[in-house]
Design a protein around this ligand. Structure first.
Ligand code: BG6
Length: 478
């Protein structure tokens, strides 16, 4: 790399999506029902995402946006052609567990489900696009929730291992980049959406969630082991919903609180990347009388099977304080809210916009783990209004992305090893937090509204040409 190059050669530019937010076809070709198929739009969504759901079947009075989503299941060839037109080098997608094992634990996988992803990978490879695959992006088959209480049960560890091994065996010649759990730290904040966990009245929430976390961490290590055995030339990573927490003031109490809050998330990656439970987590368990059941062999399994790279999403930084008055000034954000940072603007959905925070977060992760980083989500959810000719001039999106990409270039110059960048939702998709379609991230517009009306036609926004040039020039146009 010469001094003037902002990005290394072979940098994996691309976009990222998740099965449940794009595919639709939620009952087609043998697919089983998943937790994310039970997230409606509207006011009840939040409570359900948090784990408070009574009936584990769709309710006729609700609209479930994932059931049709943007029908990527039937339209992926056309969509991939558009990604190829932008020059994508990589494309991150997730596999729906319930397409492969409709109930999560059958003896034989569903061949039609396996074939769908086979064809999808072939299509990407045909266009020289590297598939980056998340094994679990929130989906858990409902059958596993009903029969085992989802990740609260140790039984899921072996089922997940079997599911992962099935994928590695089948796609070993096509997929060389894998990730285990999307935003694994989501489990503590939105347990039903993140991990299919239903909370019961009177249940010790913290105990249940950290026990489930242990099961996911062990399952993740088993998947890493299997991946290294079956596809020795592959890389497998973890995935963190990142974004540093700033202290509101220089009061050491605020500084400690901010650090403590970040550790809630780092806890997962510390285990996945360093291979052991950090001291602060053990103290947390002790102070809160948590009894996390670990089996003999877990410790060495975690130690011997750490990830190859750290995948992360970055949308916003966060901010916290120990002053209850200041804590009242809340704003929303990815995974969990934050207090409003007085120096920064927020998006139409209240998410803090902080490109410098991207550089800070990337440096923080690099300093902590010293492993390659992969930015697998970043972007601006915004309302787009087509003009009378149907054109969308999304300069606000271009501005957000330019500022963040420049911040990423700075991080690379700081010495941070970043192997790629897949922006979130290169085509408009269903929002995870709200279920809306109007919260759009794409370079490609999809004609569909919050109620499911629209032709599903695709069209290019102004940012389409902009991103194409960024990729073509390997970031020099920024
Ligand atoms: C991340 C998730 O939390 O943020 C995605 O991994 C999600 O699934 C993305 O879509 C953006 O959030 P939202 O709520 O704007 O869709």
């Amino acid at each position: 790399m010469t001094e003037q190059n902002k990005f290394p050669e072979g940098f994996l530019w691309g976009g990222a999506i998740a099965a449940n937010q794009v595919e639709g076809a939620y009952k087609e070709d043998g697919k089983g029902l998943t937790n994310v198929d039970l997230l409606p739009t509207g006011p009840e969504r939040r409570k359900i995402m948090e784990g408070y759901i009574k009936d584990l079947s769709p309710n006729r009075d609700h609209f479930y946006p994932s059931h049709q989503a943007i029908d990527f299941y039937h339209n992926y060839k056309e969509d991939i052609a558009l990604f190829a037109e932008m020059g994508f080098k990589s494309f991150r997608l997730s596999i729906s567990w319930a397409r492969i094992f409709p109930n999560g634990d059958e003896d034989t996988p569903n061949e039609v489900g396996l074939k769908f992803y086979d064809d999808l990978f072939d299509e990407l490879i045909k266009h020289d696009i590297e598939p980056i695959v998340t094994i679990a992006h929130f989906d858990v088959p409902v059958s596993l929730i009903k029969r085992f209480d989802s990740w609260k049960s140790r039984a899921l560890v072996d089922m997940f291992e079997n599911y992962s091994r099935t994928l590695f065996e089948r796609y070993k010649d096509k997929v060389k980049y894998w990730m285990t759990f999307n935003e694994i730290n989501m489990l503590l904040h939105l347990p039903f959406m993140g991990a299919g966990i239903v909370l019961k009245e009177g249940e010790n929430r913290t105990q249940s969630l950290y026990q489930a976390a242990h099961h996911q961490l062990v399952a993740s290590a088993k998947a890493v082991k299997a991946c290294h055995e079956i596809i020795p030339d592959a890389q497998i990573g973890c995935m963190l919903a990142a974004g540093m927490t700033y202290p509101y003031s220089s009061n050491p109490e605020d500084i400690w609180k901010a650090m403590d809050r970040d550790r809630e998330s780092f806890f997962f990656i510390d285990v996945q990347s360093r291979g052991e439970y950090p001291g602060y987590a053990r103290r947390f368990f002790e102070d809160n009388d948590l009894d996390i059941h670990m089996e003999s062999g877990d410790e060495s399994l975690l130690k011997e099977n750490t990830v190859d790279y750290i995948g992360f999403s970055y949308y916003s930084s966060r901010c916290t304080s120990t002053d209850p008055e200041i804590m009242k000034k809340q704003t929303s954000g990815n995974v969990f809210g934050s207090i409003k940072n007085p120096y920064l603007e927020v998006s139409e959905w209240g998410w803090t916009i902080d490109p410098k925070g991207f550089r800070i977060t990337a440096n923080q992760l690099w300093d902590r783990y010293q492993k390659p980083l992969f930015v697998v989500e970043n972007g601006l959810g915004a309302m787009d209004a087509p003009d009378e000719n149907g054109k969308i001039d999304d300069d606000y999106r271009i501005q957000y992305l330019s500022e963040h990409l420049n911040a990423m270039a700075e991080a690379i110059r700081d010495g941070v090893d970043i192997i790629g960048y897949t922006s979130w939702g290169p085509i408009d998709i269903v929002s995870a937090s709200t279920g809306e379609m109007k919260k759009r991230y794409g370079y490609i517009y999809v004609d569909r509204d919050n109620e499911g009306n629209g032709t599903l036609a695709r069209s290019r926004k102004k940012s389409f040409e902009w991103y194409k040039e960024v990729i073509e020039t390997n970031g020099e146009s920024l």
